[in-house]
Ligand binder design. Sequence first.
Ligand SMILES: Nc1ncnc2c1ncn2[C@@H]1O[C@H](COP(=O)(O)OP(=O)(O)OP(=O)(O)O)[C@@H](O)[C@H]1O
Ligand SMILES: [Mg+2]
Length: 477
Amino acid sequence: MTARILVVDDERSMREFLQILLEQEGYQVVTADSVTHALSECTTALPDLIFADLKLPDGSGMDVLSWACEHAPDTQVIMMTAFATTENAVAAMRMGAYDYQMKPFKVDEIRELAHKALEKNVLLRENRDLKAQLRSHSGLSRIVGRSPKMREVIELIEKVAQTKTNVLIDGESGTGKELVARAIHEASDRRGNAFVAVNCGAIPEQLIESELFGHAAGAFTGANRRRAGLFKSADGGTLLLDEVGELPTTMQVKLLRALEERAIRPVGEEVELPIDVRIIASTNRDLHAMVNEGRFREDLFYRLNVVRIRVPPLRERTEDIPMLARAFVIKHGQGHGSKVVGIDGKTIRALIDYGFPGNVRELENTIERALALASGTTIGLSDLPPEIRGSSESSISSILEFPEGGIDLEEALNAIEMRFIRQAMEHSGGVKKRAAELLKLSFRSLRYRMEKLHMDGDLAKSQMDGQMDGDDEPGEQ
Ligand SMILES: Nc1ncnc2c1ncn2[C@@H]1O[C@H](COP(=O)(O)OP(=O)(O)OP(=O)(O)O)[C@@H](O)[C@H]1O
Ligand SMILES: [Mg+2]
């Protein structure tokens, strides 16, 4: 959507100057010559950014600023004046102006200022939308990301939530399996009862049975009192068996029996207790492979795997990264005293380019750490750990991104050409003839291109290497 800018100045030449300049930048511009006129434009044009002169015939630009602060908090206001006094500037900034500019201005400064102020406006708006989304109580809305793959997951959650069937969630570590399990519970009519999660890998083998099924008083040493167990705690609700692949074989048999009978028998007791629990199992292992290897019971596998939800790794849905990153800025920054409102464009690019082997959890930790390091109001590249920062600096996708201020096509194409030539040279161990083959070029053509691109260093290096392996003279023609 085109950004809308309101220019308020009683001087006609100033209005026209700013209007032409800003329209050239692609913004939609409306103008006003007084406070009254400005406020009426504010309510009809809903500007994203206002340039307001301090001195106006019927009042002050501060009146426009105070109106905006109260009624349109996302709208950024830049105050302008020919007679700057520090008091005025300080007062305007205190009231919430984005910046304070002295006339006459430099064209470049105005462009830059408008661009930055609008960036902040967009961030604030997006943050508010996200916050509203995160605040709503449904577990589904806490799942950030609407890539096609996550849409599929969400659809499955909605479908399966209506039923009583067991669900198996699998996915790499940190992909959000527990979040999905909670969302299923919260979208189901069991939401009024408990959601209980147990990490099967974290409980000592000899304690698992009593943890899950409970035990009678005196059932074993240390069992002084009767205990209900997690199945009972989750009665009427949902039990998440996390890391189900870690269950010892003896326990697998007992679990299968409980699922088939819909009843449990606490350790040391005679009678079975009926239970009504939806089981969600999750794993980051390949359970099917474990079945084939005889490490996981096949019958239990099929009991659990009635519906299977695979949570895709983050690298398969990189389009979710910007939204997730912003959601984590809100989750860990705002409200924890951080001034950071967003992440700058280059940094988002770097996050997208990085593979995130640790998936969403790693992204979340990265943002949490960057929030602690960031000194300004946005997270920048220098706030990222080197392994993430590095993946973008050389990335071709950052070249292919169309920049705000236009692009020098010739230079960009040269950069791409240079990058591929360097890579081919690396692959060929510096042997130009081989590099030319890899690039489907003739030897001469490669040499011509390298000269044209002033890749003198690379050329000299390859010639030296070439001499050593007799490659200096082209073998072709
Ligand atoms: N789509 C998402 N939207 C918002 N937050 C997410 C999303 N996916 C994961 N998270 C967050 O990432 C962190 C890890 O998620 P979760 O614990 O659900 O992953 P997991 O797959 O269970 O990991 P593990 O296999 O290590 O147990 C949590 O803080 C979770 O809130
Ligand atoms: Mg988990």
